[in-house]
Design a protein around this ligand. Structure first.
Ligand code: UN1
Length: 497
Protein backbone atom coordinates (compact mmCIF):
# COMPACT_ATOMS: atom_id res chain seq x y z
CA UNK A 1 0.00 0.00 0.00
CA UNK A 2 2.95 2.35 0.59
CA UNK A 3 1.80 5.95 1.05
CA UNK A 4 -1.61 5.38 -0.42
CA UNK A 5 -4.27 7.14 1.57
CA UNK A 6 -6.85 5.06 3.41
CA UNK A 7 -10.30 6.64 3.38
CA UNK A 8 -12.87 5.84 6.02
CA UNK A 9 -16.63 5.79 6.39
CA UNK A 10 -18.28 8.89 7.84
CA UNK A 11 -20.78 7.98 10.55
CA UNK A 12 -22.30 10.31 13.13
CA UNK A 13 -19.75 13.03 12.42
CA UNK A 14 -16.69 10.77 12.66
CA UNK A 15 -14.41 9.14 10.10
CA UNK A 16 -14.39 5.47 11.10
CA UNK A 17 -13.15 2.14 9.80
CA UNK A 18 -15.54 -0.58 8.76
CA UNK A 19 -16.26 -3.30 11.28
CA UNK A 20 -15.13 -5.79 8.66
CA UNK A 21 -11.53 -4.60 8.97
CA UNK A 22 -11.41 -5.03 5.18
CA UNK A 23 -10.76 -2.54 2.42
CA UNK A 24 -10.84 -2.26 -1.36
CA UNK A 25 -8.73 -0.41 -3.89
CA UNK A 26 -9.76 2.41 -6.18
CA UNK A 27 -7.61 2.52 -9.32
CA UNK A 28 -7.37 4.89 -12.28
CA UNK A 29 -9.18 3.36 -15.29
CA UNK A 30 -6.75 5.17 -17.61
CA UNK A 31 -3.77 3.72 -15.76
CA UNK A 32 -4.33 0.63 -13.65
CA UNK A 33 -0.99 1.03 -11.85
CA UNK A 34 -2.18 4.24 -10.27
CA UNK A 35 -3.83 3.52 -6.96
CA UNK A 36 -6.11 6.42 -6.04
CA UNK A 37 -6.94 5.28 -2.53
CA UNK A 38 -7.98 2.48 -0.23
CA UNK A 39 -11.61 2.46 0.88
CA UNK A 40 -13.65 0.61 3.50
CA UNK A 41 -15.30 -2.63 2.48
CA UNK A 42 -18.29 -2.08 4.72
CA UNK A 43 -20.78 -4.51 6.17
CA UNK A 44 -24.49 -4.26 6.81
CA UNK A 45 -23.77 -3.46 10.46
CA UNK A 46 -21.80 -0.36 9.34
CA UNK A 47 -24.88 0.61 7.34
CA UNK A 48 -27.14 0.04 10.37
CA UNK A 49 -24.91 2.28 12.49
CA UNK A 50 -25.06 4.99 9.84
CA UNK A 51 -28.86 4.71 9.63
CA UNK A 52 -29.17 4.87 13.44
CA UNK A 53 -27.03 8.02 13.48
CA UNK A 54 -29.17 9.53 10.72
CA UNK A 55 -32.38 8.65 12.57
CA UNK A 56 -31.09 10.33 15.76
CA UNK A 57 -29.85 13.41 13.93
CA UNK A 58 -33.20 13.74 12.14
CA UNK A 59 -34.90 14.65 15.42
CA UNK A 60 -32.99 17.95 15.51
CA UNK A 61 -32.26 18.62 11.85
CA UNK A 62 -35.94 18.62 10.89
CA UNK A 63 -36.45 21.50 13.34
CA UNK A 64 -33.59 23.67 12.05
CA UNK A 65 -35.31 26.48 10.12
CA UNK A 66 -35.01 25.83 6.39
CA UNK A 67 -33.30 29.21 5.73
CA UNK A 68 -30.62 28.19 8.25
CA UNK A 69 -30.21 24.84 6.53
CA UNK A 70 -29.92 26.87 3.32
CA UNK A 71 -27.10 28.96 4.78
CA UNK A 72 -25.06 25.82 5.37
CA UNK A 73 -25.75 24.74 1.80
CA UNK A 74 -24.57 28.15 0.53
CA UNK A 75 -21.31 27.63 2.39
CA UNK A 76 -20.95 24.12 0.93
CA UNK A 77 -21.53 25.46 -2.59
CA UNK A 78 -18.96 28.26 -2.15
CA UNK A 79 -16.42 25.83 -0.80
CA UNK A 80 -17.02 23.44 -3.72
CA UNK A 81 -16.33 26.37 -6.04
CA UNK A 82 -12.98 26.95 -4.33
CA UNK A 83 -12.06 23.26 -4.52
CA UNK A 84 -13.44 22.77 -8.03
CA UNK A 85 -10.13 22.11 -9.77
CA UNK A 86 -8.79 19.71 -7.14
CA UNK A 87 -12.04 17.75 -7.00
CA UNK A 88 -12.25 17.59 -10.79
CA UNK A 89 -8.68 16.27 -11.05
CA UNK A 90 -9.52 13.62 -8.43
CA UNK A 91 -12.63 12.71 -10.39
CA UNK A 92 -10.80 12.28 -13.69
CA UNK A 93 -8.26 10.09 -11.91
CA UNK A 94 -10.87 7.83 -10.40
CA UNK A 95 -13.47 7.84 -13.17
CA UNK A 96 -11.53 8.50 -16.37
CA UNK A 97 -13.69 11.11 -18.11
CA UNK A 98 -11.78 14.05 -19.53
CA UNK A 99 -10.96 16.96 -17.28
CA UNK A 100 -13.28 19.46 -18.98
CA UNK A 101 -16.13 17.05 -18.29
CA UNK A 102 -15.23 16.44 -14.65
CA UNK A 103 -15.09 20.24 -14.23
CA UNK A 104 -18.63 20.20 -15.57
CA UNK A 105 -19.60 17.45 -13.13
CA UNK A 106 -18.27 19.40 -10.14
CA UNK A 107 -19.99 22.51 -11.50
CA UNK A 108 -23.28 20.61 -11.65
CA UNK A 109 -22.87 19.78 -7.94
CA UNK A 110 -22.16 23.47 -7.24
CA UNK A 111 -25.21 24.57 -9.24
CA UNK A 112 -27.47 22.10 -7.48
CA UNK A 113 -26.19 23.12 -4.06
CA UNK A 114 -26.72 26.85 -4.70
CA UNK A 115 -30.14 26.14 -6.17
CA UNK A 116 -31.28 24.11 -3.15
CA UNK A 117 -29.69 26.62 -0.75
CA UNK A 118 -32.04 29.20 -2.26
CA UNK A 119 -34.97 26.84 -1.74
CA UNK A 120 -34.35 27.25 1.99
CA UNK A 121 -36.09 30.63 1.72
CA UNK A 122 -38.87 29.33 -0.52
CA UNK A 123 -40.08 25.74 -0.03
CA UNK A 124 -43.40 27.25 -0.98
CA UNK A 125 -46.65 25.71 0.11
CA UNK A 126 -50.05 27.01 -0.85
CA UNK A 127 -52.73 28.99 0.90
CA UNK A 128 -56.19 28.60 -0.53
CA UNK A 129 -59.70 29.69 0.51
CA UNK A 130 -61.80 27.43 2.67
CA UNK A 131 -65.35 26.53 1.79
CA UNK A 132 -66.26 27.65 5.33
CA UNK A 133 -66.33 31.03 6.96
CA UNK A 134 -63.57 31.76 9.44
CA UNK A 135 -61.44 28.88 8.34
CA UNK A 136 -57.92 29.11 6.90
CA UNK A 137 -56.34 26.48 4.65
CA UNK A 138 -52.69 25.92 3.76
CA UNK A 139 -50.19 23.28 2.76
CA UNK A 140 -46.67 22.77 4.04
CA UNK A 141 -43.89 20.43 2.99
CA UNK A 142 -42.71 18.08 5.70
CA UNK A 143 -39.55 15.95 5.57
CA UNK A 144 -39.76 12.15 5.73
CA UNK A 145 -36.73 11.07 7.76
CA UNK A 146 -33.72 8.99 6.75
CA UNK A 147 -32.93 8.73 3.03
CA UNK A 148 -30.65 6.05 1.52
CA UNK A 149 -28.77 6.91 -1.63
CA UNK A 150 -27.15 4.44 -3.99
CA UNK A 151 -25.21 6.45 -6.55
CA UNK A 152 -23.47 5.61 -9.84
CA UNK A 153 -19.91 6.10 -11.08
CA UNK A 154 -20.61 8.09 -14.24
CA UNK A 155 -21.43 11.38 -12.47
CA UNK A 156 -19.48 10.83 -9.26
CA UNK A 157 -20.25 14.18 -7.63
CA UNK A 158 -23.16 15.68 -9.59
CA UNK A 159 -25.60 12.83 -8.99
CA UNK A 160 -24.82 12.52 -5.25
CA UNK A 161 -25.41 16.30 -5.00
CA UNK A 162 -28.70 16.00 -6.95
CA UNK A 163 -29.90 13.66 -4.23
CA UNK A 164 -28.25 15.09 -1.12
CA UNK A 165 -29.04 18.79 -1.48
CA UNK A 166 -32.81 18.62 -1.97
CA UNK A 167 -33.04 15.99 0.79
CA UNK A 168 -31.11 18.19 3.20
CA UNK A 169 -32.97 21.41 2.47
CA UNK A 170 -36.27 19.67 3.15
CA UNK A 171 -34.96 18.54 6.56
CA UNK A 172 -34.13 14.88 5.94
CA UNK A 173 -30.96 13.06 6.97
CA UNK A 174 -28.84 10.87 4.73
CA UNK A 175 -26.85 7.71 4.29
CA UNK A 176 -25.01 7.60 0.97
CA UNK A 177 -23.28 4.62 -0.62
CA UNK A 178 -21.26 5.66 -3.67
CA UNK A 179 -20.29 3.34 -6.52
CA UNK A 180 -17.19 1.28 -5.71
CA UNK A 181 -15.45 2.72 -8.78
CA UNK A 182 -15.79 6.33 -7.62
CA UNK A 183 -15.94 6.70 -3.83
CA UNK A 184 -13.35 9.51 -3.63
CA UNK A 185 -15.62 12.16 -5.19
CA UNK A 186 -18.29 11.44 -2.58
CA UNK A 187 -15.69 11.49 0.21
CA UNK A 188 -14.68 14.94 -1.09
CA UNK A 189 -18.29 16.13 -1.10
CA UNK A 190 -19.09 14.73 2.35
CA UNK A 191 -15.90 16.23 3.82
CA UNK A 192 -17.01 19.64 2.59
CA UNK A 193 -20.41 19.07 4.21
CA UNK A 194 -18.65 18.23 7.48
CA UNK A 195 -16.30 21.21 7.35
CA UNK A 196 -18.98 23.72 6.39
CA UNK A 197 -21.28 22.93 9.29
CA UNK A 198 -23.61 20.01 8.56
CA UNK A 199 -24.22 18.62 12.09
CA UNK A 200 -23.02 15.10 13.05
CA UNK A 201 -25.31 12.31 11.85
CA UNK A 202 -27.10 14.41 9.22
CA UNK A 203 -24.89 13.15 6.37
CA UNK A 204 -23.34 9.68 6.63
CA UNK A 205 -21.19 7.86 4.11
CA UNK A 206 -20.59 4.12 3.84
CA UNK A 207 -18.45 2.63 1.07
CA UNK A 208 -18.62 -0.89 -0.32
CA UNK A 209 -20.53 -2.94 -2.83
CA UNK A 210 -24.22 -2.52 -3.53
CA UNK A 211 -24.63 -6.29 -3.59
CA UNK A 212 -23.50 -6.50 0.05
CA UNK A 213 -25.01 -3.29 1.41
CA UNK A 214 -28.12 -2.78 -0.69
CA UNK A 215 -30.45 -4.82 1.49
CA UNK A 216 -29.46 -3.02 4.70
CA UNK A 217 -29.76 0.37 2.98
CA UNK A 218 -33.31 -0.40 1.87
CA UNK A 219 -34.83 -2.73 4.47
CA UNK A 220 -33.93 -0.88 7.67
CA UNK A 221 -37.28 0.39 9.04
CA UNK A 222 -35.85 3.85 9.75
CA UNK A 223 -35.27 4.42 6.02
CA UNK A 224 -38.19 6.24 4.41
CA UNK A 225 -36.83 7.17 0.99
CA UNK A 226 -34.48 5.28 -1.31
CA UNK A 227 -33.01 7.10 -4.27
CA UNK A 228 -31.15 5.01 -6.80
CA UNK A 229 -29.43 5.77 -10.09
CA UNK A 230 -28.19 2.83 -12.13
CA UNK A 231 -29.37 -0.03 -14.30
CA UNK A 232 -33.01 -0.90 -14.90
CA UNK A 233 -32.27 -4.43 -13.73
CA UNK A 234 -31.08 -3.30 -10.27
CA UNK A 235 -33.69 -0.51 -10.14
CA UNK A 236 -36.44 -3.11 -10.46
CA UNK A 237 -35.06 -4.95 -7.42
CA UNK A 238 -34.85 -1.70 -5.44
CA UNK A 239 -38.43 -0.93 -6.38
CA UNK A 240 -39.65 -4.38 -5.29
CA UNK A 241 -37.76 -4.18 -1.99
CA UNK A 242 -39.28 -0.76 -1.26
CA UNK A 243 -42.80 -1.78 -2.20
CA UNK A 244 -43.31 -4.17 0.73
CA UNK A 245 -43.12 -1.38 3.29
CA UNK A 246 -44.35 1.43 1.05
CA UNK A 247 -41.01 3.20 1.09
CA UNK A 248 -40.67 5.96 -1.41
CA UNK A 249 -38.36 4.92 -4.22
CA UNK A 250 -36.95 7.41 -6.70
CA UNK A 251 -35.36 5.54 -9.59
CA UNK A 252 -33.25 6.87 -12.47
CA UNK A 253 -32.36 4.06 -14.83
CA UNK A 254 -31.41 3.26 -18.41
CA UNK A 255 -31.68 5.13 -21.67
CA UNK A 256 -31.49 4.50 -25.41
CA UNK A 257 -31.52 8.11 -26.49
CA UNK A 258 -32.05 9.17 -30.06
CA UNK A 259 -30.96 12.14 -32.13
CA UNK A 260 -33.25 12.81 -35.11
CA UNK A 261 -31.79 14.76 -38.05
CA UNK A 262 -34.18 16.23 -40.63
CA UNK A 263 -33.00 17.11 -44.14
CA UNK A 264 -33.35 20.83 -43.42
CA UNK A 265 -31.00 20.65 -40.41
CA UNK A 266 -27.69 22.43 -40.23
CA UNK A 267 -25.59 19.31 -40.75
CA UNK A 268 -22.41 20.71 -39.20
CA UNK A 269 -24.33 21.47 -36.04
CA UNK A 270 -26.00 18.06 -36.07
CA UNK A 271 -22.59 16.38 -36.39
CA UNK A 272 -21.19 18.47 -33.51
CA UNK A 273 -24.19 17.38 -31.49
CA UNK A 274 -23.94 13.67 -32.13
CA UNK A 275 -20.16 13.53 -31.62
CA UNK A 276 -20.59 15.17 -28.22
CA UNK A 277 -23.74 13.22 -27.34
CA UNK A 278 -22.43 9.78 -28.35
CA UNK A 279 -18.76 9.96 -27.38
CA UNK A 280 -18.73 12.46 -24.49
CA UNK A 281 -18.09 10.63 -21.19
CA UNK A 282 -17.08 7.69 -23.43
CA UNK A 283 -20.80 7.17 -24.01
CA UNK A 284 -21.25 6.32 -20.34
CA UNK A 285 -24.16 8.65 -19.60
CA UNK A 286 -27.78 7.67 -19.16
CA UNK A 287 -28.44 10.57 -21.52
CA UNK A 288 -25.82 9.52 -24.11
CA UNK A 289 -26.88 9.48 -27.75
CA UNK A 290 -26.89 5.81 -28.67
CA UNK A 291 -29.13 6.04 -31.74
CA UNK A 292 -28.87 8.49 -34.63
CA UNK A 293 -31.60 8.57 -37.24
CA UNK A 294 -31.15 10.69 -40.35
CA UNK A 295 -33.59 11.62 -43.11
CA UNK A 296 -32.62 9.54 -46.15
CA UNK A 297 -31.71 12.30 -48.58
CA UNK A 298 -29.00 13.72 -46.28
CA UNK A 299 -27.95 10.47 -44.62
CA UNK A 300 -24.94 9.67 -46.76
CA UNK A 301 -23.51 13.16 -46.37
CA UNK A 302 -24.12 13.36 -42.63
CA UNK A 303 -22.75 9.89 -41.94
CA UNK A 304 -19.53 10.56 -43.82
CA UNK A 305 -19.06 13.84 -41.93
CA UNK A 306 -19.67 11.99 -38.67
CA UNK A 307 -17.24 9.16 -39.42
CA UNK A 308 -14.53 11.63 -40.35
CA UNK A 309 -14.99 13.40 -37.00
CA UNK A 310 -15.17 10.19 -34.96
CA UNK A 311 -11.87 9.02 -36.48
CA UNK A 312 -10.13 12.22 -35.40
CA UNK A 313 -11.07 11.98 -31.72
CA UNK A 314 -8.05 11.69 -29.47
CA UNK A 315 -8.41 8.89 -26.94
CA UNK A 316 -6.31 8.77 -23.78
CA UNK A 317 -5.84 9.86 -20.20
CA UNK A 318 -8.47 12.47 -19.37
CA UNK A 319 -6.00 14.62 -17.44
CA UNK A 320 -4.35 15.53 -20.75
CA UNK A 321 -6.32 18.62 -21.83
CA UNK A 322 -5.95 17.69 -25.51
CA UNK A 323 -7.69 14.31 -25.08
CA UNK A 324 -11.30 14.10 -26.34
CA UNK A 325 -12.37 10.76 -24.88
CA UNK A 326 -11.16 8.86 -21.82
CA UNK A 327 -11.31 5.15 -20.96
CA UNK A 328 -14.26 2.99 -19.95
CA UNK A 329 -14.77 2.75 -16.23
CA UNK A 330 -13.45 -0.79 -15.73
CA UNK A 331 -12.63 -4.12 -17.33
CA UNK A 332 -16.21 -5.43 -17.03
CA UNK A 333 -17.64 -2.38 -18.80
CA UNK A 334 -14.98 -2.64 -21.53
CA UNK A 335 -15.93 -6.29 -22.05
CA UNK A 336 -19.64 -5.42 -22.24
CA UNK A 337 -18.94 -2.80 -24.89
CA UNK A 338 -16.74 -5.17 -26.92
CA UNK A 339 -19.43 -7.84 -26.63
CA UNK A 340 -22.02 -5.45 -28.08
CA UNK A 341 -19.66 -4.54 -30.93
CA UNK A 342 -19.45 -8.25 -31.79
CA UNK A 343 -23.23 -8.58 -31.51
CA UNK A 344 -23.65 -5.63 -33.90
CA UNK A 345 -21.33 -7.22 -36.44
CA UNK A 346 -23.06 -10.60 -36.17
CA UNK A 347 -26.48 -9.04 -36.53
CA UNK A 348 -25.39 -7.61 -39.86
CA UNK A 349 -24.98 -3.93 -39.01
CA UNK A 350 -22.21 -2.20 -40.97
CA UNK A 351 -19.24 -1.11 -38.88
CA UNK A 352 -18.06 2.19 -40.36
CA UNK A 353 -15.43 3.16 -37.84
CA UNK A 354 -13.99 2.04 -34.52
CA UNK A 355 -14.91 -1.27 -32.98
CA UNK A 356 -11.48 -2.02 -31.55
CA UNK A 357 -10.12 -2.35 -28.06
CA UNK A 358 -7.12 0.04 -28.05
CA UNK A 359 -3.87 -1.61 -27.02
CA UNK A 360 -0.16 -0.92 -27.09
CA UNK A 361 1.87 1.61 -25.10
CA UNK A 362 -0.10 3.49 -22.45
CA UNK A 363 -3.35 2.01 -23.74
CA UNK A 364 -2.36 -1.31 -22.20
CA UNK A 365 -2.64 0.31 -18.77
CA UNK A 366 -6.29 1.28 -19.18
CA UNK A 367 -9.67 0.27 -20.60
CA UNK A 368 -9.75 2.04 -23.93
CA UNK A 369 -12.06 1.42 -26.84
CA UNK A 370 -12.48 3.31 -30.11
CA UNK A 371 -15.48 5.52 -30.84
CA UNK A 372 -17.65 3.20 -32.86
CA UNK A 373 -20.29 3.86 -35.52
CA UNK A 374 -22.59 1.21 -36.97
CA UNK A 375 -24.92 1.98 -39.88
CA UNK A 376 -27.70 -0.05 -41.48
CA UNK A 377 -28.95 -0.80 -38.00
CA UNK A 378 -32.48 -2.18 -38.04
CA UNK A 379 -35.11 -1.97 -35.34
CA UNK A 380 -34.89 -5.69 -34.60
CA UNK A 381 -31.19 -5.58 -33.69
CA UNK A 382 -29.99 -5.72 -30.11
CA UNK A 383 -27.65 -2.74 -30.66
CA UNK A 384 -30.77 -0.72 -31.56
CA UNK A 385 -32.68 -1.86 -28.48
CA UNK A 386 -30.30 -2.42 -25.58
CA UNK A 387 -28.41 0.11 -23.50
CA UNK A 388 -24.67 -0.37 -24.11
CA UNK A 389 -23.24 2.42 -21.93
CA UNK A 390 -20.24 2.95 -24.14
CA UNK A 391 -19.12 4.90 -27.24
CA UNK A 392 -21.14 2.84 -29.70
CA UNK A 393 -23.57 4.65 -31.98
CA UNK A 394 -26.26 2.89 -34.00
CA UNK A 395 -27.30 4.78 -37.13
CA UNK A 396 -30.43 4.32 -39.19
CA UNK A 397 -32.44 6.34 -41.70
CA UNK A 398 -36.06 7.41 -42.25
CA UNK A 399 -38.27 8.99 -44.90
CA UNK A 400 -40.80 11.07 -42.98
CA UNK A 401 -41.03 12.82 -39.62
CA UNK A 402 -43.85 10.49 -38.69
CA UNK A 403 -41.59 7.51 -39.26
CA UNK A 404 -38.78 9.19 -37.30
CA UNK A 405 -41.07 9.62 -34.31
CA UNK A 406 -42.18 6.01 -34.49
CA UNK A 407 -38.51 4.94 -34.52
CA UNK A 408 -37.60 7.34 -31.70
CA UNK A 409 -40.33 5.83 -29.52
CA UNK A 410 -39.37 2.28 -30.42
CA UNK A 411 -37.55 1.62 -27.15
CA UNK A 412 -38.35 0.44 -23.66
CA UNK A 413 -36.60 3.56 -22.31
CA UNK A 414 -37.62 7.22 -22.29
CA UNK A 415 -34.94 9.51 -20.93
CA UNK A 416 -33.78 11.97 -23.56
CA UNK A 417 -34.17 12.71 -27.28
CA UNK A 418 -33.33 15.50 -29.71
CA UNK A 419 -34.25 16.81 -33.13
CA UNK A 420 -32.14 18.89 -35.50
CA UNK A 421 -34.28 20.91 -37.89
CA UNK A 422 -34.73 24.48 -39.11
CA UNK A 423 -38.49 23.98 -39.41
CA UNK A 424 -40.37 25.04 -36.30
CA UNK A 425 -43.34 22.87 -37.26
CA UNK A 426 -41.20 19.72 -37.27
CA UNK A 427 -39.69 20.73 -33.95
CA UNK A 428 -43.07 21.20 -32.25
CA UNK A 429 -44.50 17.93 -33.55
CA UNK A 430 -41.45 16.02 -32.29
CA UNK A 431 -41.54 17.88 -28.96
CA UNK A 432 -45.12 16.77 -28.53
CA UNK A 433 -44.91 13.19 -29.76
CA UNK A 434 -41.52 11.82 -28.70
CA UNK A 435 -42.27 10.22 -25.33
CA UNK A 436 -39.27 11.05 -23.13
CA UNK A 437 -38.68 13.02 -19.94
CA UNK A 438 -36.18 15.35 -21.63
CA UNK A 439 -36.23 16.75 -25.15
CA UNK A 440 -33.82 19.01 -27.05
CA UNK A 441 -34.20 21.03 -30.24
CA UNK A 442 -30.97 21.66 -32.17
CA UNK A 443 -28.91 20.39 -29.25
CA UNK A 444 -27.57 16.96 -28.29
CA UNK A 445 -29.34 14.50 -25.98
CA UNK A 446 -26.97 15.40 -23.12
CA UNK A 447 -26.64 18.66 -21.22
CA UNK A 448 -29.47 18.87 -18.69
CA UNK A 449 -29.40 21.90 -16.37
CA UNK A 450 -30.02 21.57 -12.64
CA UNK A 451 -33.10 23.81 -12.40
CA UNK A 452 -35.20 21.67 -14.75
CA UNK A 453 -36.63 18.28 -13.79
CA UNK A 454 -34.41 15.34 -14.76
CA UNK A 455 -35.75 11.87 -15.41
CA UNK A 456 -37.50 9.68 -17.90
CA UNK A 457 -40.56 7.74 -18.93
CA UNK A 458 -41.17 4.00 -19.36
CA UNK A 459 -38.35 1.78 -18.02
CA UNK A 460 -36.13 4.79 -17.32
CA UNK A 461 -37.92 5.82 -14.16
CA UNK A 462 -40.88 5.39 -11.86
CA UNK A 463 -42.51 8.76 -12.35
CA UNK A 464 -40.28 10.86 -10.13
CA UNK A 465 -37.91 13.55 -11.29
CA UNK A 466 -34.60 14.63 -9.85
CA UNK A 467 -33.26 18.20 -9.74
CA UNK A 468 -35.30 21.40 -9.90
CA UNK A 469 -38.35 21.90 -7.72
CA UNK A 470 -39.50 18.43 -8.76
CA UNK A 471 -36.85 16.97 -6.42
CA UNK A 472 -38.63 18.57 -3.47
CA UNK A 473 -41.57 16.28 -4.16
CA UNK A 474 -39.31 13.27 -3.65
CA UNK A 475 -37.92 14.50 -0.35
CA UNK A 476 -41.01 15.99 1.27
CA UNK A 477 -44.63 15.10 1.76
CA UNK A 478 -47.52 17.49 1.72
CA UNK A 479 -49.38 18.24 4.90
CA UNK A 480 -52.71 20.02 4.43
CA UNK A 481 -53.62 22.17 7.40
CA UNK A 482 -57.08 23.54 8.25
CA UNK A 483 -57.41 26.22 10.94
CA UNK A 484 -60.93 26.97 12.10
CA UNK A 485 -61.29 30.29 13.94
CA UNK A 486 -65.12 30.38 14.02
CA UNK A 487 -65.44 28.87 17.50
CA UNK A 488 -68.19 26.53 16.28
CA UNK A 489 -68.24 23.09 14.69
CA UNK A 490 -68.23 23.55 10.91
CA UNK A 491 -68.70 20.33 8.97
CA UNK A 492 -67.17 20.28 5.48
CA UNK A 493 -69.46 19.14 2.67
CA UNK A 494 -72.41 19.30 5.11
CA UNK A 495 -72.85 22.71 6.74
CA UNK A 496 -72.08 24.64 3.58
CA UNK A 497 -74.35 22.63 1.26
C1 UN1 B 1 -26.49 10.87 -16.53
O1 UN1 B 1 -26.46 10.69 -17.73
O2 UN1 B 1 -26.39 9.92 -15.75
O3 UN1 B 1 -27.65 15.94 -19.03
C2 UN1 B 1 -26.63 12.22 -15.95
C3 UN1 B 1 -26.56 15.41 -18.80
C4 UN1 B 1 -25.90 15.65 -17.48
C5 UN1 B 1 -26.38 14.66 -16.47
C6 UN1 B 1 -26.35 13.26 -16.98
N1 UN1 B 1 -26.14 16.98 -17.02
O4 UN1 B 1 -26.02 14.71 -19.63
Amino acid sequence: MGDTKVYKNFINGKWVESQSGETFENRNPAHKDELIGIFQKSTSSDVDMAIDAAAQAYKKWRLVPAPKRGEILFRIASRLEKEKERFSQDMTREMGKVIKETRGDTQEAIDMTFYMAGEGRRLFGMTTPSEMNKKFNMTIRQPLGVCSFITPWNFPMAIPAWKMMPALICGNTIVIKPATDTPLSVVNLVKVCEEEGIPPGVVNLVTGSGGTLGKALIDNPAVKVVSFTGSTEVGRKVSQACATNFKHACLEMGGKNVQIVMDDAKLDLAVDGVVWGAFGTTGQRCTATSRLIVQKNVAEKMISMLVERAKKLKIGNGLDESVDMGPCINEAQLQTILKYIEIGKKEGARLLTGGEHLTGGDYDKGFFVQPTVFTEVTQSMRIWKEEIFGPVLSVSTFDTLEQAIEMANDTIYGLSASIYTQDINNAYVAMRDVYTGIFYVNAPTIGAETHLPFGGTKNTGNGHREAAMAALDVFSEWKSIYIDYSGILQRAQIDNA
